[in-house]
Design a protein around this ligand. Structure first.
Ligand SMILES: *Cc1c(COP(=O)(O)O)cnc(C)c1O
Length: 379
């Protein structure tokens, strides 16, 4: 099967920054410091500056960034952590791995992010913290969530794996709460060429704990004051990110333009993303909603346009989480969205001609289904 447009095109980006990337990688090969080291330190300074926080702790993946944050907050068996059922599994997995219990709060059907009111309802005496996820590239309602957390003595960890580069009331995602975490998985808005992630905080002692936890709980070699993990970043990934970071902001702006163009042309044909006025989105995914998703995706596939579903099964309906006692109907909005959402090709260098191919295929697919117009007309 050959696609007429890639879902994400990393080759164009590599071609544009090839010289910088190769120069950075060659420096690592020449000095042979492959794990952590000066490239990682330099990257951390630039990332902290970009997000607007005092500390950035680079690590081995977005999942490990979340895990480090929970370890630093001392999450333990019996604790409860509130998050969204409509996310990538990693957000929830890290809670369970520490023996704590994930508690879900249903989402808003416009933004797909957890409703602050639903979060507040889910708080019990065992709740220790909240992990809002800034899904698809738009920050969750962080001020509201921070206020709820503060009034109950809870911490807030923003899962910004899809939202680095997004702003909320003029401030950068990942720097909107006590801790933020992001991922540099290749297809994320800022991707490296393997696995990578980072934690962000303004809190000095938390940053110190995070740095130690990342290297087996040591501050000094072979002296371990905490039980940690191996979550170090390798220097090749830092090198790739150092080459890409100077171009990131202009890519973020391109993503916003491409997202706006899709929304302008697709309005009235499908349910387009709702970006709240105080937010800017990086469109980690450009995600629409259609009532008859299977036939819609099949029609686009026939036209050579790839699609992806983020995510087809909410976490509370996953087999691995059947023991939590949730079931069908527990989180109706998340469950409905899981049936209707579909993401279209999106990357900063997508051309207008490529977007037009996607738009044409979407319009064709939706005009085929009769129910479609009715669903859009419904309140
Ligand atoms: C990608 C992602 C993660 C995990 O990041 P990895 O780098 O793949 O470990 C966590 N949460 C969300 C919302 C993600 O999209």
């Amino acid at each position: 099967m050959s696609w007429r447009v890639n879902f994400i095109d990393l080759k164009t980006q590599y071609a544009q920054h090839k010289d910088d990337i190769q120069r950075q990688l060659n420096e690592v090969l020449d000095n042979t410091q492959f794990i952590m080291g000066p490239k990682v330190t330099e990257l951390e300074a630039q990332l902290a500056d970009y997000v607007g926080v005092s500390h950035s702790i680079a690590c081995s993946s977005g999942t490990d960034a979340l895990l480090l944050a929970l370890l630093a907050k001392g999450v333990k068996p019996g604790d409860e952590v509130i998050t969204t059922p409509f996310t990538f599994i990693a957000t929830v997995e890290v809670i369970s791995l520490l023996g704590a219990r994930p508690v879900f709060a249903d989402i808003n059907e416009q933004t797909y992010n957890s409703e602050p009111a639903a979060i507040e309802t889910a708080i019990t005496e065992r709740t220790r913290g909240i992990i809002p996820v800034s899904l698809y590239g738009q920050a969750a309602d962080m001020d509201e969530i921070n206020a709820i957390a503060a009034s109950h003595g809870l911490w807030v960890l923003e899962d910004g794996a899809q939202s680095l580069g997004a702003t909320y009331k003029g401030r950068h995602s990942c720097g909107l709460s006590e801790i933020g975490a992001t991922s540099f998985f290749p297809s994320k808005p800022l991707g490296c060429y393997g696995d990578g992630g980072a934690v962000f905080t303004d809190d000095d002692s938390l940053a110190e704990a995070l740095r130690a936890l990342r290297v087996h709980g040591q501050k000094q070699r072979y002296r371990h004051h905490l039980v940690g993990v191996d979550a170090r970043m390798d220097a090749m990934q830092a090198a790739v990110l150092l080459a890409k970071l100077p171009h990131f902001q202009s890519e973020v702006e391109l993503r916003r333009e491409k997202g706006a163009y899709y929304s302008e042309r697709l309005a009235g044909h499908v349910i387009t993303p709702v970006i709240l006025p105080h937010n800017t989105s990086v469109f980690a995914q450009y995600t629409i909603r259609v009532p008859e998703r299977d036939s819609f995706c099949a029609s686009l596939k026939d036209d050579g346009i790839p699609t992806a579903v983020h995510y087809p099964v909410p976490v509370h309906m996953q087999e691995a989480y059947s023991d939590l006692g949730y079931g069908a109907g527990s989180f109706p909005v998340a469950e409905r969205m899981a049936h209707e959402v579909v993401s279209l090709p999106m990357f900063p260098h997508i051309t207008k001609a490529q977007q037009d191919l996607v738009i044409e295929a979407v319009v064709k697919a939706t005009s085929r289904t009769t129910q479609h117009a009715d669903a859009l007309a419904a309140p």
